[in-house]
Write a protein that binds this ligand. Structure first.
Ligand code: SAH
Ligand code: SF4
Length: 356
């Protein structure tokens, strides 16, 4: 193994910070041996904080309507082949009820940017979930909204918000999105969420078109300085009805390598082993956890809509009932020596928010 890179890993483990050039060197220096060394270090750090516990989040995909046109995503508004659906508040509640009975204590409401979900409607749904399940956390992943909107939803009881920054390089951001979506607004949203008091998740795709070691180094530096509570990373996977249909998918090995680096950058980080990782490799999520991830997010959406929430080609877990998904992940984690726990799974770094 390259001794310079090994010493960079040791430095990162100790100081949780590297320069952009040092991150760049780690990224281009990836070898199977170095990846194994990094994974071991990341696993040790994660175990010192979370033991062998893996947190589980129930993902409820509330709408496949989206007003945006991100070049990479199958839900983009110009995809005329997309099948659109929207869950009713009653359907969302019934997914949460089913999830609660299965041991979920965090619900993630995710969807395209769908104007039907006004602040009023979302607040009512959040209030109902919190009233019925006071021991649960509600996470939102509904894209860019105004400060006032984020604040209203927080006051209704939402605890966490996932909004991937997608890339920390403004030029790369412009290559992934049409001009109506700006890097500045993305960063404004993340800053607003933080200011309001949410536990915040950023993140990026690995291998998105135009990504380079330079842009990735900036992503790592961004996570280092922003210090999010969560960070969602998964491989880019092309979707057939998008401008990126002919691009190549990201790599599972590189995603795992970056998961290990992220664990060392910010040890308490909540890091999911994503569905995209499991889509490219049947044991992708296990590999993610073994590299430092500590969250899995099985699907709680009604089976009737699952195939319609098609961000990318070949998404897994679209045919199984929620109970099957939960059982399957329990077994997968047990098979590698980890344990899925019934818990809100709050980040260890931030003070816990009381009920409101
Ligand atoms: N509309 C919300 C939430 C849904 S999209 C939002 O954009 O934040 C959630 C995430 O899916 C995006 O942040 C993106 O990183 C990821 N995603 C979209 N298309 C993808 C693709 N083709 N491959 C991999 N991940 C993708
Ligand atoms: Fe819409 Fe999110 Fe897909 Fe962009 S990534 S098109 S905002 S669902």
């Amino acid at each position: 193994m390259n001794e310079t890179l090994v010493s960079l890993v040791r430095k990162l483990k100790k100081t949780h910070s590297l320069s952009l050039d040092e991150y760049h060197a780690l990224i281009v220096g990836q070898t199977p041996e170095l990846a194994a060394f990094l994974a071991k270090e990341a696993d040790e750090v994660r175990r010192s904080i979370y033991g062998n516990e893996v947190f589980v989040r129930g993902l409820i995909e509330i709408s496949s309507y989206c007003k945006n046109n991100c070049y990479y995503c199958g839900l983009r508004r110009e995809n005329g082949q997309a099948q659109r659906y929207r869950l009713s508040p009653e359907e969302i509640l019934s997914c949460a009820r089913e999830g609660y009975a299965l041991g979920f204590r965090t619900f993630v409401l995710q969807g395209g940017e769908d104007a039907w979900f006004t602040d009023e409607r979302l607040s009512a749904i959040i209030r109902q979930i919190k009233a019925e399940f006071s021991d649960c956390a509600v996470t939102l992943s509904l894209g860019e909204r105004s400060f006032a909107s984020y604040k209203t939803l927080f006051e209704a009881g939402a605890d966490r918000y996932l909004l991937r920054h997608e890339t920390a390089d403004a030029e790369h951001y412009a290559a992934l999105h049409p001009a109506e979506l700006s890097f500045e607004n993305r960063m404004r949203c993340l800053a607003d969420l933080r200011k309001i008091g949410y536990a915040v998740g950023c993140g990026f795709m690995v291998g998105s078109p135009g990504q380079t070691p330079d842009t990735l180094a900036k992503d790592l530096k961004f996570v280092e300085t922003f210090r999010p509570e969560m960070c969602g990373i998964g491989p880019f996977i092309p979707h057939h009805a998008t401008p990126f249909a002919g691009e190549v998918a990201g790599s599972v090995a590189k995603t795992c390598y970056l998961l290990s680096i992220l664990r060392l950058i910010h040890p308490p980080l909540l890091l999911p082993a994503t569905t995209a990782l499991g889509t490219l490799d049947p044991s992708g999520r296990e590999k993610g956890v073994l590299s430092g991830a500590n969250v899995v997010m099985p699907n709680l959406s009604p089976v009737s809509v699952r195939k319609k929430y098609e961000l990318y080609n070949g998404k897994i877990c679209t045919g199984e009932e929620s109970a099957e998904c939960r059982g399957c992940l329990d077994r997968r984690m047990e098979s590698i020596g980890y344990r899925v726990v019934v818990s809100r799974g709050d980040p260890k770094s931030t003070p816990q928010k009381g009920d409101h």
